[in-house]
Design a protein around this ligand. Sequence first.
Ligand SMILES: [Zn+2]
Length: 507
Amino acid sequence: MRMTEAIKSMNNNFEIITSPISVQDLVSKVEHEGAGAILLFAGTVREWTYGKRTAALSYEGYEPMALKELQRIGDGVSAQWPDARLAITHRLGDMGIGDISVAIAVSSPHRPQAYAASRYAIEELKRTVPIWKKEIFEDGVEWVEGCHIHETAWMETECREGHPHTHWSDRDRYARQMRFPPIGEPGQDLLAQSRVAIVGVGALGGAMANHLARAGVGFLRIIDRDVVDVSNLQRQTLFHERDAALSLPKAVAAKTNLQQINSSIEIEAIAQDLNAQNAEALLSDVHLILDGNDNFATRYLINEVSLKHRIPWIYGGIVGDVGETCTFLPGQGPCFACLHPTSPQIGLLPNCETAGVIGPIVQVIASYQVAEALKILVKDQEKVRKSLLHVEMWNFAQREMKLPADTSCRVCKEKHFPYLQGEEGESVSLLCGRDTIQVRPKETKHLDLVLLAKELSPLGAVRLSPYFLRFDTGAYHLSVFPDGRVLVHGTSEHSIARGLYAQYLGG
Ligand SMILES: [Zn+2]
């Protein structure tokens, strides 16, 4: 068979269907005269999962990408076992006990290759194909995330393993960075012991997290309130199409992707809004706070935690082709509130929504923030820049601005912390670059999303994921998080968002 024919027939071997799977049809796709063994794997819906009785089950998936992933698995099999042939059919939709949800057939001249190739295909399928399972138990609905095939015991044991075990030494991994004299071996040790919080893991935060994970910062806490959207992919280099297709919380997707970059560091994903109630708990046990968020209220809050707990932080902001960054060391020079005594009125400043934003400015500002971060973490504070840096990419202009020397700032001089005390800070805010409004309850709630799903389902389409509930009213989408926070997609009007919140979740 010529190469092109082989690829063509391979492509026809992958199917996603909603009707029952015929194993006969599947086997016939891989049968050929030279086949000495045909191995068939059938994943079936079982009655019991971890001691709970399953009543029914439903698979949902993002079909174009699932098919693409299946073909990629086929390519992987062809590359490793050129004589093997593979066919996979996955079924979507509702299924009953005993139904086949996925079937994989492999033929090859010899048995060991068939075993190896089918095991590879099963594990890759489980790892990468965006199909997820909703189990309907007798006492409720539950999403089974990630490892969506639980059908056989031997697979379950490996289900949670993210990557193969490797034994790289730190000396190998960080060799080039350690050869840089201001870091060296002592600096690398300091980085390994460092704890850094990144607030907002979109464009700037994602770029910073990427650098710091690669640099070997021992602990990263990534805090983000948003979910990945396709419009993020243009500049938020940490995310993939799959993250957007699954609407994963950015913190969760970032952690998954970062651990693939560096599995030897600790990463904590916090899919929450940073606010007066949680800011001190989330930011006071780190050595450094990095600002990757898009609004002034959160920056004032970070500034107050920084002053109260004497933790340095690095501000960064971007819009259009313009960006700026500044490092604040508590007790040494002015604070963020000295620089901006009052929050600019919403609508007066350009934002990502009105002015857009281009990818390169993200990387430039994030890189400056990370360079300052490395200096602070390796205790080279002398070198920390003591000015506000302003960069305009399109016009190729860059300038440093002196910070105000002496101000009558109530925040750093009088230790007045209005944002931390909850006197300031909005409960309704526009998410930059998105037609999305966040509404946050005054008090943190503990919602039972399964119960809420039942209540809302007569009123519109409801989808439950492991992280939030998605409710479609027709004109708007609501993402409801367990702490009572809601993202209202499809509007930039505060009043509409507030109204929808009151209508579906109470005041
Ligand atoms: Zn100040």
